[in-house]
Design a binder for this molecule. Sequence first.
Ligand code: IPE
Ligand code: IPE
Ligand code: MG
Length: 259
Amino acid sequence: MGTKAPPPINRGELSTDPTKDRLVPRHVAVVMDGNGRWAQARGKARIQGHRRGVETARQLTSLCGRAGIEYLTLFAFSSENWKRPPEEVGFLTRLLITSLENEISRLQENQIRLNVIGDFRPFGQKVEELIVRAHEQTFSNTAMTLTIALNYGGRWDLTEAVRKLVRACEERDITADDIDEATLSQALSTRNLPDPDLFIRTGGEIRLSNFLLWQLAYTELFFTDCLWPDFDEEQFEHALDAYRSRQRRFGQTGDQVTA
Ligand code: IPE
Ligand code: IPE
Ligand code: MG
């Protein structure tokens, strides 16, 4: 997926100068963590937390649309989450199927393009078909790009990219000297997305858990103890306020940036 470049979002191109201070991040990437603990704290099964988590994801998508955020990327299932009990993985797979079936019309109404990163084939043929269909149906939408990371790992992404580039060298399409940061970025699953401006992780853990390792190099990081099902508009505002209060220097001095 994603070999063909999608039409540009109507509020700018990928080449926008990242050092230019923006009040609103262009791309927000989220590790939606804490569903299980949210449910357990209420005496419920972990899966109830995942169910509520989908609602939170839907709300955040709509909040981002209203805030003028162009790209929202949600970490829904990591390449390490297969280590969970099979019943939980099975439930997450079924939840993925119903979400894909139910949410497409809403995405269409709101002109949101759905993009998936990660190797989603192990979830089975049904998931694969739904993703391909959703991708085709929403491909021309231009209000926002919602990317769902499924069976995604930053190390997987980089490994795949290296494999792709080595193959291109073997086939003499490029030489080793042609490989630079831009070529590597273009070989990643996120080739059509700008790097995230703001990273949010809910659930209290201060780690990346193998999310967008390359792409987060200069992203502003925001960690909160709030559990994902409780991450509402007010919580999101806190994250946006934190983002606005940061000075993004990208290696320069503060004076250079404000000049
Ligand atoms: C995040 O919530 C959702 C997935 C990883 C699928 P968790 O299920 O990790 O919730 P906690 O961290 O156990 O509370
Ligand atoms: C990260 O959460 C992955 C997703 C939110 C999909 P985890 O709950 O899997 O992360 P760890 O295992 O605590 O690092
Ligand atoms: Mg967790």
